[in-house]
Every structure is written in C-alpha cells, then in structure tokens.
Design a protein around this ligand. Structure first.
Ligand code: GTP
Ligand code: MG
Length: 308
C-alpha cells in the first residue's frame, strides 16, 4: 500500500492491512461496515456492487486495522469487469492478511475455486471467512470449509454473520493477532479513505441498485457534478449526474412521472444528511452515455476500478 505512516500518531501499536476478497455478493462490504461500526461502503444483493477498492479504518488504543474492501472477483463481461477484477487482485499484493470470504448459502463453485487459487499465491497470512452463517447449518458450513481448504491452505477459519453480529469481533481479533507492530497509517478519526464526493455518488448509486433489476443496476454510473455549502442555512446543495447506457434505462430510472427518481433522492438524502451532518438539497439528473462500461476513460472518470 502506498500510504505513509501518519506523523501525528507516532504510537507503536499493532497496525496493518487486511484485504477482504471473494465472489460478488459474498458479504465483503457488509463485513467492512460491521467492523468499523458505520456505513462506509455501499451494499446490495446485486452482484458487483462495489466498484473500487476502499480502505476503512478501525482505530483502537492498542491497534489500527485497515480493512481493504474490494470488488467481487468474477468472470468479466466488459472493460468495467476487467478493471474491477484487476483492482481486487492488486489488493492481494501488499497486505498483511488476506481474508477470503465464502457465502455459506451458495454452492462452492468454480468462481470460489478461482478466487482461492489467487489467494493461495499470496505471501500474506490467510483467513477463510464463511459469511451469512445465521442462514446456514453446521453441516453446510463444514462443507464450505472443506471445499475451500482443498484449493488453498489457510492459517485460520472464522464462520461469521455480519448482519447478526456473530463472530465479527472474533474475526477482528484473529486478524489483529497477525499484524506487525508499527505506526498508525491513518489519522485516528478517519473512518475511510473515500472522498466525500465519491461517498455521495456511491450512496446515490446504492439506492438505484436496490430499486432496479436485471441489466439496469449494472449500467448505472454516478458522479457528483457540483456541490455548494450555505453556512447561514447549514445546507449543502448537491448536483448529481446519473449515467445509463440506453434511453430505455433512463426511462426506468426516472419512472412514471419521475416517481422512481424521486424515491431514490428521498432515500439518498437521509444517508447524505447523516454523512454530512447538515441538511441536503439533492438534485439528480439522468443522462445516457452509450456503452460507457466498454470505455476505459469513462470508467476512470467515474473513479471505478483503480480510479483516476
Ligand atoms: N443474512 C445475511 N445477509 C448478509 C450478510 N452479509 C451480507 N449479507 C447480504 O448479502 C448481500 C451482499 O452483501 P455485500 O456486502 O454487498 O456483498 P459484497 O461481497 O460486498 O458484494 P460485491 O460488492 O458485489 O462484491 C447484501 O444483500 C447483504 O445484505 C449476513 O451476514 N447475513
Ligand atoms: Mg461490496
């Protein structure tokens, strides 16, 4: 990781990085949020929700753990998919611990095998994490563990549920045990390395992911166009651009009489007001950019994959 030790925090504590990798939907971002105790990464049951590597920080008196949430590893269909995979695989290179997440509720398949083969090549400590265990059985969980162990050796195994809060703490302790002594890498009050503009765009995208289906959620790219703050009113005005690939998708996002877009705005505003600690005026507009997912420069403009 290119981060430099933060000079204002010279304490010698346990500190380092853990990368969460796995197939789309395995529960990486949900676990990231559960560890840091607030929403820093968006989640949804649409595969490939996460589009950029994100670092979240758990700061304790005795340790600072940096969690690297990554895009789900999958068989890419387009340039965006290739960028997402590249970004996730790069995060395996320079971390202290790699955690491979396997969904307890899905059959262990070729996709998991492929992820495990990459994990097997890292020099980092390896933790196998079985997720969503509150929805599964002991027998099924054991089967997942055996299947994963056939593909790679692991130093630890932690079955957990980020939603039920089961074993999240145990996972943190397991990882912290393997961190070296060192300086804190981030300021103590920093919970993620995402810019506020990226977080705003992501929170809006999350609401769209949660309300659309099929190809539409995948075709959506979001960016902040402009943002101003009025300190007399303690009000942020934010203009957000939502891009899709086809006119028909634009119609779906806007909905009859603008209802669908209005609902997205209302839901996003709640998250944004919590994020910014002020009132928010949110203006959403929808544009068509044909086949943007095949255009590397447009993907970079959104900040997806390795980013700008
Ligand atoms: N019941 C249950 N659902 C979970 C749990 N963890 C995650 N989920 C759900 O699984 C879905 C996917 O979760 P995400 O955290 O977005 O998965 P991800 O691995 O980050 O997915 P990508 O970003 O697409 O790679 C969401 O609907 C979550 O609510 C869990 O412990 N229990
Ligand atoms: Mg994710």
């Amino acid at each position: 990781m290119a981060a430099k030790a933060h000079p204002a925090s010279p304490d010698d504590v346990k500190s380092g990085f853990v990368a969460l990798v796995g197939r789309p939907n395995a529960g990486k971002s949900t676990l990231t949020n559960a560890i840091v105790g607030k929403k820093v990464s968006i989640t949804s049951d649409t595969p490939q929700t996460t589009r950029q590597r994100l670092r979240a920080v758990l700061d304790r008196d005795d340790a600072q753990l940096v969690i690297v949430d990554t895009p789900g590893l999958h068989k890419p269909q387009d340039t965006l998919g290739e960028e997402l995979n590249r970004s996730a695989l790069r995060s395996l290179e320079d971390v202290d611990v790699v955690a491979m997440l396997v969904d307890a509720t899905q059959p262990f398949g070729r996709g998991d095998e492929w992820v495990a083969n990459h994990v097997a090549k890292t020099r980092a400590k390896r933790v196998l994490v079985i997720t969503k265990v509150e929805l599964s059985t002991h027998v099924a969980i054991e089967k997942q563990i055996e299947a994963a162990k056939r593909c790679a050796e692991f130093d630890e195994v932690v079955p957990l549920s980020a939603v039920a809060g089961f074993n999240v703490e145990a996972f943190v302790e397991t990882v912290v045990k393997y961190l070296p002594q060192g300086p804190r890498w981030f300021p103590r009050d920093m919970s993620s390395d995402q810019s506020v503009e990226i977080m705003i765009a992501e929170f809006v995208r999350e609401k769209i992911l949660r309300t659309t289906r099929d190809e539409v959620p995948h075709a959506v790219g979001v960016m902040v166009d402009d943002m101003t703050y009025d300190d007399r009113k303690d009000l942020y005005s934010i203009w957000v651009l939502i891009y899709v690939e086809r006119e028909s998708q634009k119609g779906i996002i806007i909905g009859k009489g603008g209802e669908a877009l209005k609902a997205v705005g209302t839901e996003a505003r709640v998250d944004l007001e919590r994020l910014l600690g002020a009132e928010v005026f949110l203006n959403l507009s929808v544009k068509v950019k044909k086949d943007w997912r095949r255009d590397a420069s447009q993907i970079r403009r959104f900040g997806y994959g390795e980013g700008a």
